[in-house]
Design a protein around this ligand. Structure first.
Ligand code: FES
Length: 674
């Protein structure tokens, strides 16, 4: 019988998204390390510390071409069995250091097992918010029940509320009704009521009580961020973030939509995954703030359209193709319990409205936070992700669109790309004369120079989005690649770091001694192309909106989203991601969608403002705009084939020739008469 045992097996690790082939029978701790994922391992693999726990996802995952099963691991034995006898381990968990890979595997690395945890920009930004929440508390003293008064306690309390607070027509959540009489008696007929929009009673507490809390949540396709706020003071008591667990079903939105299309259980699995994640975030935030999740009575939710639909339990299939019809775009007010969210029993959820098939509630939240409709200057807001969401306007008119930038900016489709996590190259400089690089990796403060001695544990694992943008711009500024993105054929004469394989060039950014895999990290021609296509789509979207508004210049640019926080504005402009603008007017605002959700949580009028914004914004459909293609073609060049960038005057190379870089300012000086 021929031996059919495979020599290699396919492994994907979540949430990092790293994947690749490893030898059949490889130890999982080593295999993960080989693929650039460090697991905690205090005992060094002796099966005694329990830090290296992982779980296996069962099923077929077309995105990764993997059929994964826990049966593809070597059986439990020796050290692992005795560890399990002594310590509680969650169901389905295994010790990576005790497992051999005997088949394809989709491995989930829980946060506590990650030695290099994902970097998530999550802090709430300081913003002035008028505190006027939809949920508030009132103290009421009711008349006592007597033999003479045949009315029910609720009706008697209603009369007291009308008298003391001038509120009438309140309803009582049916789940709260059983708590009414005990609360009234224990409080000697004085109670604190928690009201929603002064219309519904969400909670009855005996006597005087304080403490109503809310969660503002931005459900991103990669990360989910929740701010736990005191609804009385507006203070952010805790911020928690997590990777979106749906990543294991597909990295980007469209692959999740196709997962929902191809698998009958797909949409409900995606829904359950995000609800579980939200419950976990709420629990963690409540623990951090020292409150109970029962005290969380309101939630404001923002998310892109696919996340919005999946969260609501709606099949996102219609969003996968033209005309990208939304099931609903209006704001929604729901009960948390109806979605399976474990907050206060009668807690409310406000879901911000969507605008169009590709422009979701997260964009409305960004607009709410940045307020283009409240100012005179022409403001451009760019939220870079797999789809870039772009807003341009001022108080006269606001326009928006979505542009298909693809996942390159998130490190996907890049030869050594990865998400922003410790070890990822995030900053790059290339000496324009020697062509030698310097770079910074996340988690290590120092710039790394060629030949530098690095401490143990500090190694480059890949290049994240901000790193690849800087690398390509630096290659362009150093004359290694031309304005059309092609590697300059003369560049290898200037440095051995530039190599050609046939006609395809690459640049060695990190030497093998400085990488976790001991293989060099390179920037290749296909990486440059992927970034060019992404940035051209982004720029073309911006130009469509500028044409719609009839402007040729913007006054200010805001880079929103976690990624925006890491992009250097100058590099973004030299690459031609954003149009020309005074660089001092280009700012990153972090998670503006999360801030918008927080504003909606803390101010009920902001909810009406968001609904009005969503109704009135002019949405430009890039997919059918004839001009998009023309703009796209012109925008492929670095920074652009024809558009001027006067604010970069003197900073762009005019041409590269045999190693001599002639800058425009120098050329002008050379051309000036003596
Ligand atoms: S590394 Fe310690 S138990 Fe696996």
């Amino acid at each position: 019988m021929p031996d059919t045992t495979p020599t290699r097996v396919q492994i994907a690790l979540m949430p990092s998204g790293r994947k690749g082939q490893v030898p059949y029978g490889a130890n999982l701790l080593d295999a993960a390390r080989l693929l650039g994922v460090e697991l905690e391992s205090i005992c060094g693999g002796r099966q005694t510390c329990g830090k290296c726990q992982i779980a296996i996802e069962e099923g077929h995952f077309p995105k990764h071409a993997i059929t994964s099963s826990a049966g593809h691991l070597s059986p439990m034995s020796g050290g692992e069995t005795s560890y399990r006898e002594k310590h509680a381990m969650l169901d389905g968990r295994r010790l990576a250091c005790a497992c051999e890979a005997l088949g394809d595997l989709l491995i989930v690395v829980p946060e506590e097992s990650q030695a290099r945890k994902q970097i998530i920009a999550k802090a709430a930004t300081d913003r002035v918010i008028e505190i006027q929440p939809a949920v508030r508390q009132i103290y009421v003293e009711s008349a006592e029940a007597t033999l003479e008064d045949h009315h029910g306690d609720w009706e008697r309390l209603g009369a007291a509320i009308a008298d003391q607070w001038k509120l009438t027509g309140l309803t009582l959540d049916p789940m709260v009704l059983p708590t009414l009489q005990p609360a009234l008696r224990s409080g000697k007929f004085a109670v604190t009521l928690t009201l929603w929009h002064d219309r519904e009673v969400l909670r009855v507490q005996p006597g005087y009580a304080e403490g109503a809390y809310g969660l503002a949540v931005d459900v991103g396709s990669t990360t989910v961020v929740a701010h736990l706020c005191d609804l009385r003071t507006g203070a952010v008591l805790a911020t928690e973030a997590t990777m979106n667990p749906q990543v294991k079903y597909g990295e980007d939105l469209m692959s999740r939509v196709s997962y929902a299309m191809m698998d009958k259980q797909g949409a409900s699995r995606l829904h359950r995954a995000i609800i579980t994640a939200l419950n976990d975030l709420a629990k963690r935030a409540a623990e951090r703030a020292g409150i109970s999740t029962d005290d969380i009575l309101d939630m404001a939710l923002a998310g892109n359209t696919v996340m919005h639909h999946i969260l609501l339990g709606l099949d996102p299939v219609e969003l996968g193709g033209a005309p990208f019809a939304l099931a609903v775009d209006s704001p929604l007010d729901l009960k948390a319990r109806d979605l399976g969210l474990k907050l206060g029993v009668s807690a409310r959820i406000h879901v911000l409205p969507c605008i169009a098939g590709h422009v979701g509630a997260d964009n409305v939240a960004v607009q709410l936070a940045e307020g283009p409709h409240r100012q005179d200057e022409m403001l451009l807001i760019v939220d870079v992700g797999t789809n870039a969401e772009i807003v341009l306007g001022n108080r006269e008119k606001v326009t928006c669109c979505s542009s298909p930038t693809g996942p390159a900016f998130e490190g996907a489709q890049i030869t050594h790309g990865q998400r922003a996590a410790p070890g990822a190259i995030e900053r790059v400089r290339v000496d324009p004369v020697t062509l030698e690089p310097r770079y910074k990796v996340i988690g290590y403060e120092e710039w790394i120079e060629p030949g530098a001695e690095l401490p143990d544990g500090v190694r480059a694992t890949g290049i994240c989005g901000s790193g690849i943008i800087e690398a390509i711009v630096e290659l362009y500024l150093a004359g290694i690649i031309d304005s059309d993105g092609r590697f300059n054929e003369n560049a290898p004469e200037r440095s051995p770091r530039v190599r050609f394989n046939g006609r395809v060039g690459e640049y060695m950014l990190a030497d093998s001694v400085h990488t976790a895999s001991s293989n060099p990290i390179t920037v290749t021609q296909s990486d440059v192309r992927a970034i060019q296509l992404g940035k051209a789509a982004l720029y073309a979207g911006v130009k469509l909106l500028m044409a719609e508004r009839g402007v040729t210049q913007v006054d200010r640019i805001v880079l929103a989203g976690a990624f925006g926080s890491y992009i250097d504005p100058r590099h973004a402009m030299i690459l031609g991601m954003i149009p020309d603008c005074d660089l001092s007017q280009v700012t990153a605002v972090g998670n503006a969608a999360g801030d918008g959700a927080r504003i909606a949580l803390l101010n009920r009028d902001a909810r009406s403002e968001a609904a009005k914004l969503a109704r009135e914004v002019v949405h430009v459909q890039t997919a059918v705009a004839a001009e998009f293609q023309n703009e796209f073609v012109g925008a492929i060049a670095i920074p652009h084939a024809t558009d001027p960038f006067p604010h970069l005057d003197g900073q762009l190379p005019a041409k590269t020739s045999g190693g001599a870089i002639v800058r425009r300012s120098q050329r002008r000086r050379m051309n000036q008469p003596a």
